[in-house]
Each structure stands twice: as structure tokens, then as C-alpha cells.
Ligand binder design. Structure first.
Ligand SMILES: CC(=O)CC(=O)SCCNC(=O)CCNC(=O)[C@H](O)C(C)(C)COP(=O)(O)OP(=O)(O)OC[C@H]1O[C@@H](n2cnc3c(N)ncnc32)[C@H](O)[C@@H]1OP(=O)(O)O
Length: 388
């Protein structure tokens, strides 16, 4: 490992986290709920707003979002970054935050995200506005309903190549709902069966509405600081983070059944010095039921093509061998356009032992993964509640 990798290992810790407006924010807009989450996270870290000298965020609705957010929060940061790699952004931000703090550019960074597509403002992830902003020229002639149609293509290919079944994919949604039922904050908590997933209306074949993530309001924020200055009661250490990218339009994805999630996860684990077997819980970006199947395979939790069988029989559900998306994920808890911020917050809460009924016993090491675009950008981080 290079010195650079060694320097960033455990360099920063997450000392505060919070969410706001999860599900339905009651008409509050994206700035309002993001601000609520930021203030609560800063309080949680035992800091004051004037201690925050770094701000990172990304948005689907505004090209100068960081200017807006910083002004709204009344901050005068000396470090800002709005790296936008879709839903992978917030996990990726941890890599930049570690480098910035290690280089002495700032001391306490807030990483925040919020959107309110239900009642407030904000651009829906599936709206025509997105398509106009970011056209997909190779695909437009076919008028896909994106993002679902791109993920539907990957799903169909996986079914064709490996015999993955609709029932196996439905297991992912059912497991997410079982976790959500243990989480008072989750938006969707009514029981969900495999039959319910299969019987829901088709959105983009073979995906039904229950194979697709929610469109909810929600905001989340975390505070990161140098690990040796993390005097919070329960710091969560960022041991290793990595990013990877392969394509933008799904038509340019070399193999619809293989993402570069393995590249980012392997590098994050190498930087962290953590083996796959040491991971106690996993937060994956479940925009659609195919995502966890692909990511678990690509990260090496099971062999390529065996993801459908791997997620079956409740293995990733409460009480299963590998706890995945313990808040209910984007499928059942919250998904305001981009999700990975909420995987980060959930991992921190688990590693601090704050999760009540859904608490994973003896949770020490978590892997959090973000996915951006249409299986395009991948970012992974390894978080621990221990430091060696
Ligand atoms: C951002 C990243 O980097 C990575 C990612 O996260 S990718 C994932 C981003 N998020 C999504 O794609 C959200 C996926 N989920 C959804 O779109 C919705 O939950 C859902 C369409 C599956 C169901 O939602 P719903 O509220 O029950 O459906 P409904 O109210 O009937 O439809 C919502 C909208 O989708 C449209 N729609 C639904 N199904 C459609 C279809 N098959 N074809 C075209 N349009 C469709 C509807 O016309 C409606 O559009 P308007 O709001 O403009 O009227």
C-alpha cells in the first residue's frame, strides 16, 4: 500500500449525524429539511455551527446548490466541494473530506443532502426535467422511462445469463420491508410479501413498482473531523474509501451483469485493511431490487450469477446471516432522488448501538456503498467503531 493510502486510513471520524423530513416533510422544502438535518448533526457532534469550516453536498435540482445551502446555513466555509456522481456522491465525499482534513484545509466538515420531491420543491429523479438537463442521446429514440428502464435491462440480462428469478429479486424488496418494519423512521412499514411484489403494476418489465425505490422527501447530514480530535463519545472511524466509474448511458455498459462496485469495494477494504469476513453489516444502494444482487456478487460476498440464490431464504433480512440495509433502504425507508447519505447515517447509528429493535448485535465494522447514475459511478467506504 502507498503512503498516501496509509495516511488516510482512519484519518477522519464521523462525530455527528442526523436526518430530517424522512418520508413526507409536510411541505417543507429541500433547503429547510437539509438545514434541520445539518443543525441536528452539528449538535450531535457536540459542536456549534461556527465550528463548521467545511461544507460538502450535491443536488439534482440546482447547479449552484452549495452557494444556496451555505448562505441558508449562514456558514462562511473555507473548504467546499460538490462532487456530483449521482447517488454515489456522499460516500465519495468521504474520500475528499479525509484528504482535505489530512491536508489541514479545514477542521470540521458537514456533508449534507436533502430533497423534497413529494410536497416541497425539488426535481424528481424520473422527471422530464432531468432528461432535458442531462440527455441520453443513444437511448432517447427508444423513449425509455429512466432510470427504471436502464435497471430493467440489467435485470433482464441477469435473469437470462444466470437464471435469476423474479421471486429471488422480490426477496430483496421483502427483506428491505422487514427491516423497515423495525424502523420507526421508515416511510413504508406495512407488510410486504413476495406475491405482493410480483403482483404490483409493471413499471419497466420485468420491474414492478415494488422493485423500484420510493420517491420520498428526506434529508441527512454527517459531521466529520480529524480522528485524533474526535472527542465525541462515540466516534465512527472512516477507515478506507474509494470511487470507481464505468459508463454514463446504460447502452455504454460493457456487461450489463457486472458493475465496478467490486473495484471500489476492494480498494476501500484494502485501504481500510479489512477483510470481507470482518464486515458485520452492509448498506447498499438499492435503487432497484437488482442492485444489491449485482453489488453482493461484484464485491465478492457470493460468486457472479449466484446473487439471486444468495439473497433468498431471508439471508439479508432481520435475523439473516448478512444484515443488509437495516433501515429499510431506498426500497422501503427513504429515497429523495439520491440515497447514499441515508446508508451512511444508518451505519453510524448501528455502529453506535442506537438502533433499538433493528440493532445488529456486536456491530463493529460496516461497509457502505453508493451507486450513481445507471450503475455508473460506484463509491464504497468502510466504517468502524474501533481504531487499532
Ligand atoms: C440518482 C442516482 O444517481 C441513482 C439512482 O438512485 S437511480 C433511482 C432514482 N429514483 C427513481 O428512479 C425512482 C423510482 N421510483 C419511481 O419512479 C416511482 O416510485 C414509481 C414510478 C415506481 C411508482 O411511483 P407511484 O407514485 O406509485 O407512480 P405514479 O404516481 O403512477 O407515477 C409517478 C410518475 O412516473 C410516471 N410513470 C410511472 N410509470 C411509468 C412508466 N411505466 N412509463 C413512463 N412513466 C411512468 C407517471 O406518469 C408519473 O409521472 P408524473 O409525476 O410526471 O405524473
Amino acid at each position: 500500500m502507498t503512503d498516501w493510502n496509509k495516511n488516510l486510513r482512519g484519518a477522519i471520524a464521523i462525530t455527528g449525524c442526523a436526518t430530517a423530513g424522512i418520508g413526507d416533510a409536510g411541505g417543507l422544502n429541500e433547503l429547510e429539511i437539509t438545514s434541520l438535518a445539518v443543525h441536528a448533526a452539528v449538535r450531535d457532534a457536540g459542536l456549534r455551527m461556527e465550528d463548521i469550516d467545511g461544507l460538502m453536498s450535491a443536488s439534482l435540482s440546482s447547479s449552484m446548490w452549495l452557494n444556496k445551502l451555505s448562505e441558508y446555513l449562514g456558514l462562511y466555509p473555507r473548504f467546499m466541494d460538490s462532487t456530483q456522481i449521482g447517488g454515489a456522491s456522499f460516500v465519495g465525499h468521504l474520500l475528499v473530506a479525509a484528504a482535505a482534513i489530512q491536508a489541514g484545509l479545514c477542521r470540521n466538515i458537514v456533508i449534507a443532502y436533502g430533497a423534497a420531491p413529494r410536497g416541497g420543491n425539488g426535481v424528481s429523479a424520473t422527471s422530464g426535467a432531468r432528461a432535458r438537463l442531462d440527455p441520453f442521446p443513444y437511448e432517447e429514440p427508444f423513449q425509455p422511462f429512466n432510470p427504471p428502464t436502464s435497471y430493467a435491462l440489467a435485470t433482464r440480462r441477469h435473469m437470462h445469463e444466470y437464471g435469476t428469478t423474479r421471486e429471488q429479486l422480490a426477496e430483496v424488496a421483502v427483506a428491505a420491508r422487514a427491516w423497515a418494519r423495525l424502523n420507526p423512521e421508515a416511510y413504508k412499514r406495512e407488510p410486504l410479501s413476495i406475491a405482493d411484489v410480483l403482483a404490483a403494476r409493471v413499471i419497466s418489465s420485468p420491474l414492478t413498482a415494488r422493485d423500484c425505490c420510493l420517491v420520498t422527501d428526506g434529508a441527512g447530514a454527517i459531521v466529520v473531523t480529524a480522528a485524533d480530535r474526535a472527542d465525541a463519545a462515540r466516534p465512527v472511524y472512516v477507515q478506507g474509501t474509494a470511487m470507481a466509474h464505468s459508463h454514463r448511458q446504460i447502452a455504454c455498459m460493457a456487461d450489463l451483469t457486472r458493475t465496478v462496485a467490486g473495484q471500489s469495494a476492494d480498494l476501500a477494504r484494502e485501504r481500510a485493511g479489512v477483510a470481507l469476513a470482518d464486515i458485520d453489516l452492509v448498506q447498499l444502494y438499492d435503487a432497484f431490487t437488482i442492485n444489491p444482487v449485482l453489488f453482493l456478487e461484484d464485491m465478492g460476498f457470493c460468486a457472479k450469477g449466484e446473487g439471486g440464490a444468495f439473497v433468498s431464504g431471508g439471508r439479508i433480512a432481520p435475523g439473516g446471516e448478512l444484515p443488509v440495509n437495516t433501515n429499510g433502504g431506498g426500497l422501503s425507508c427513504v429515497h429523495p432522488g439520491m440515497y447514499s447519505m441515508f446508508g451512511l447515517v444508518e451505519a453510524v447509528r448501528q455502529l453506535r448501538g442506537e438502533c433499538g429493535e433493528r440493532q445488529v448485535k456486536q456491530a463493529r465494522t460496516a461497509l457502505v456503498h453508493g451507486n450513481g447514475g445507471v450503475l455508473s459511478a460506484q463509491a464504497t467506504t468502510v466504517l468502524t467503531n474501533w481504531m487499532d
